[in-house]
Design a binder for this molecule. Structure first.
Ligand code: SF4
Ligand code: ZN
Length: 321
């Protein structure tokens, strides 16, 4: 297979685009496409300040690298979760993220969950859930809250995450299976800002996971290969495997599923049920929106864990944004 641009040996073939490119042209193509998506979906403008949520994985580090190369003002945010049982996942991902930022002279903010809440994620999860459930619900709640807090407190215009097409399609598939209209309505490349909530964007949402892996490897980005140990056996991984089988049979199926969804959403196919659009309240402690008056889920979690450290607490009603 030859590069469509120069005829040299192709480094990657993308059947869904009927396109093969050599290393040099692929490394040009990815940022060009990203810039196209940023403009197409009105994600942000040149003069805006962007906070990139980085985990040390290939997608978020590649996103930061691409935005930096495109000349955007993009700083990083790493949330130290304290998941260090076994492979020292958090310690290693933080080391790689710091190394990435130092090599490029980029500004990196680090939030330590243990310092903010008193406990690392696995302990926080054990204290707040009955049974031996995974910590992902608590982890997601803490990450959403902290990303939004830092973006607002430090005056960033927009929060960017490295979700790729495979991530987005797996979520879309789950939401479609359940016909979760309220989640479908909120899924997309841009979530506009609301009182107390920063605008959120996903500039990589149209790249396949294998394209992002190729980008990180060809660009020489050192990233953490291991998934978080708690990701094993997750529903989203099961959906991804299923969707990969479909993609093998029908190249382009994932991309067309996602793009057709965005088009349908834009045409107003999904409407928010009346009862879902509740008035949002602002948390009196942190100022972030919450669905019911009083403390938000995060502040409730932290205050209960701090006041009764030995007790098991159930956290109802996680705000999902
Ligand atoms: Fe957090 Fe679960 Fe993701 Fe691990 S897999 S980083 S615990 S949400
Ligand atoms: Zn709060």
């Amino acid at each position: 297979m030859k590069c469509r641009k120069c005829g040299a040996k192709a480094a990657i073939h993308m059947p869904q685009h009927r396109l093969a490119l050599c290393k040099e042209h692929f490394l040009e193509w990815v940022p060009e496409q990203t810039e196209r998506f940023i403009r197409k979906y009105n994600m942000f403008r040149r003069e805006e300040r962007i906070l990139v949520a980085v985990s040390g994985g290939k997608d978020s580090l590649s996103l930061w690298d691409i935005l930096w190369r495109l000349g955007y003002q993009a700083d990083g945010l790493y949330i130290a979760l304290g998941i260090d049982e076994g492979i020292r996942y958090s310690a290693e991902s933080q080391r790689l993220t710091e190394q990435f930022a130092a090599e490029r002279g980029l500004k990196l903010h680090i939030v330590d969950v243990e310092r903010e809440t008193g406990f690392p994620i696995p302990v926080l999860a054990r204290k707040t859930m009955r049974g031996q459930g995974k910590p992902c619900a608590v982890c997601g709640l803490v990450k959403r809250h902290e990303m939004n807090r830092i973006a607002r407190d430090l005056g960033y215009d927009v929060l960017a995450t490295g979700h790729n097409l495979d991530d987005e399609v797996a979520v879309l598939f789950g939401n479609t299976l359940n016909w979760s209209v309220e989640y479908l309505l909120r899924q997309g490349p841009v979530l506009p800002e609301e009182p107390g909530l920063a605008r959120k964007v996903k500039p990589l949402c149209r790249f396949y996971e294998r394209e992002m892996t190729a980008y990180a490897l060809l660009r020489g980005i050192e990233y953490i290969y291991e998934e978080c140990p708690f990701a094993v056996g997750s529903t989203s991984i099961a959906y991804k495997e299923l969707l990969n089988r479909l993609e093998n049979e029908r190249p382009g199926a994932k991309l067309s599923f996602y793009l057709s969804f965005l088009e349908a959403r834009q045409r107003g196919l999904f409407r928010e049920p009346q009862e879902v659009r509740q008035a949002l309240h602002l948390c009196p402690s942190c100022g972030q929106p919450t669905s019911a008056p009083g403390l938000c889920s995060f502040c409730r979690l932290v205050s209960r864990v701090k006041s009764s450290p030995s007790q098991t607490i159930t956290i109802p009603n996680l705000e999902n944004r």
